[in-house]
Design a protein around this ligand. Structure first.
Ligand SMILES: C[S@@+](CC[C@H](N)C(=O)[O-])C[C@H]1O[C@@H](n2cnc3c(N)ncnc32)[C@H](O)[C@@H]1O
Length: 240
């Protein structure tokens, strides 16, 4: 799986300000500065056509809440859609939705191969299904619970995907040793001080024998995965 050398995120949202501190902090800010990532937030409301800047309306058939209008969303999407890139498979439109495919490490890694991701954040009761039919390539959920909007899920997706772009996380090895890589959770980690609240660190980590350390870490990864995530452990067993 080859990640794209840099990634472009375009977010359609009613609340661009929710992304401000996220893109100004830590690895995300550095990656943007170094051109590994680019980010643009598009205000959906700018594409409303009436004098009240209406973006939503009541659901046909009745029911609680408001639904985002397909025409307004479609105009916002059209303003950023790159049809040529889309045709070549270089752009994907993702709607963050509790009804989507669950985001996991393999999906994050696959999305990192696509140079341009348009992320659509719903709000209120969600979006008109016709917008999904017309413009959305993939619906992605970040878990089996319902949030008020797609902005936090979009940030979760951006973070998980960006880690795979070369140079975003300092040492590439640290990504490939993270939890879920190779089907296992990560081993326990320790740093200074050597003794904390009467607790020592495992002696093998002090010995300097790299083969022993690697064997200990692998055994810990397996033990953790077996105890904490029987689902992953079973899949790991099947892969071997
Ligand atoms: C209140 S939710 C709408 C839920 C919708 N009525 C349903 O029951 O499927 C509003 C927006 O939050 C976002 N959202 C909520 N939960 C999410 C999740 N688990 N994963 C991704 N996006 C989510 C979506 O963009 C959604 O349009």
């Amino acid at each position: 799986v080859t990640p794209a050398p840099s990634l472009e995120f375009v977010v359609l949202t009613l609340f661009p300000e929710l992304f401000t501190s996220f893109v100004k902090t830590s690895l995300m800010a550095r990656a943007l500065r170094h051109g590994k990532l680019s980010f643009e937030a598009v205000q959906i409301r700018d594409f409303a056509t009436d004098k009240h800047n209406t973006v939503d309306d009541t659901p046909y058939g009745g029911g609680a809440g408001m639904v985002l209008r397909p025409d307004v969303l479609h105009s916002a999407w059209r303003s950023v859609d790159d049809a040529e890139l889309r045709g070549e498979g270089g752009q994907l439109t993702v709607y963050l939705s509790p009804q989507g495919r669950l985001l996991d490490a393999p999906l994050a890694r696959r999305l990192a191969q696509i140079p341009r991701l348009i992320l659509v954040c719903g709000h209120y009761e969600g979006v008109d299904e016709r917008f999904v039919d017309e413009c959305v390539d993939l619906e992605v959920s970040i878990g089996d619970y319902v949030l008020t909007g797609g902005e936090l899920p979009a940030q979760v997706l951006m973070d998980a995907v960006s880690r795979w772009v070369p140079g975003v996380v300092g040492k590439e090895k640290s990504v490939s040793e993270d939890s879920f890589e190779g089907g296992l959770l990560k081993y326990p980690q320790y740093t200074r001080p050597r003794e904390f609240n009467g607790l020592e660190i495992p002696p093998v980590l002090l010995g300097g024998n790299h083969a022993h350390i690697a064997a200990w870490r692998q055994a810990e990864r397996e033990k953790r995965t077996r105890l904490r995530r029987p689902d992953l452990w079973e899949r790991y067993g099947r892969r071997k």
